[in-house]
Ligand binder design. Structure first.
Ligand SMILES: [Zn+2]
Length: 315
């Protein structure tokens, strides 16, 4: 899991963009007293660390679940727009050229690779060349970290919306019970600091895929984070998936044999085009991805390639 960087500016724009999508008119008089605009803001901008406290508070209000779902998730039917029935998260997740939607959030967060698996591209493509109409082509799936069926009131809470790939969101995670207390949360935690990819046998002893397995080594001594990371590894089926990429690990080993320290130094000093580059850049180029921590979310499999390159003493 790769940490998502989010700014106050993005949160504020999101709040202003979606606050009127929540259909408060479905609630009773008593419920409306609770759902003030201030409370709606608290819900929309609730930090993951406060999910549990706020959820407990909302539950004490004993609000009808059907109404809660209609207000925060909304009806799926666009044709009911006229009656004001098309609202909530379902409105946010639908394309619209001029109104604030999931495309706008995804574009701002700029998540090129899925933060859950670091395997699949999740970029956002919007064509803004036409002055009249912007064309929205593709964006990440939006996972509800706390499933919206169980926590409908967090269906439009920005820190509960995780841009991710379709496989992680729909095929693998679905509505599994996740929480910031049991799993790493992409807006708070960085898996990169907690676990490192490794191999079950030293790669010097491996020549083919059946010689080894891809594994994880602990890279942190924080027991709580390690426990959450283990849940992520298990619930996103990361090891069986990554073991489909042994070919890449074997290629890294071959590249290490092709480019030893002496050849890297000579490329840097003798090749005009690399005169202003450093070793890390050149090694990343040879391995096929940037090997710097800050770039780990820019290309698929960057973490695997970086960790194995380190193990091979390439870095
Ligand atoms: Zn994914």
């Amino acid at each position: 899991m790769i940490k998502i960087e989010i700014t106050e500016d993005i949160v504020e724009t999101f709040y202003n963009g979606v606050k009127d999508y929540i259909r408060l008119d479905v609630f009773s008089k008593k419920d409306k007293v609770y759902f003030t605009q201030e409370k709606i803001k608290e819900i929309i901008t609730c930090k993951p660390q406060n999910f549990s406290k706020l959820s407990d508070e909302i539950k004490t209000q004993i609000i009808n679940t059907k109404k809660m779902k209609l207000a925060f998730i909304g009806s799926q039917e666009k044709s009911k727009n006229k009656s004001g029935n098309f609202n909530g998260y379902n409105k946010f997740s639908t394309k619209h050229e001029n109104e604030y939607r999931a495309y706008d959030l995804a574009e701002k967060l700029n998540i090129n690779v899925c933060p859950y698996c670091n395997k699949n591209y999740t970029y956002t493509v919007i064509d803004k060349s036409s002055k009249i109409k912007k064309k929205q082509y593709t964006r990440p799936d939006i996972d509800h970290f706390l499933p919206k069926e169980t926590y409908p009131y967090f269906a439009l809470s920005i820190y509960n919306l995780i841009p991710s790939c379709l496989i992680c969101n729909r095929t693998i995670k679905g509505s599994k019970p996740f929480s910031p207390e049991t799993h790493l949360h992409p807006y708070i935690d960085s898996f990169n600091d907690i676990h490192k990819f490794s191999t079950s046998k030293p790669l010097s002893m491996c020549n083919k895929a059946t010689d080894f397995d891809i594994t994880f080594d602990d890279a942190s001594d924080d027991a709580d984070l390690l426990k959450k990371a283990k849940n992520n590894i298990q619930d996103f089926v990361l090891l069986p998936q990554y073991n489909k990429h042994k070919d890449i690990v074997l290629e890294l080993k071959e590249k290490q044999e092709l480019y030893n320290q002496a050849s890297i130094s000579s490329i840097l000093s003798d090749t005009e085009v690399f005169r202003d580059r450093d070793e890390t850049y050149l090694k990343g180029l040879l391995m096929g991805t940037s090997l710097e921590d800050k770039d780990i979310n820019k290309r698929p499999l960057s973490k695997l390639i970086k960790d194995i390159s380190e193990e091979l003493d390439l870095l």
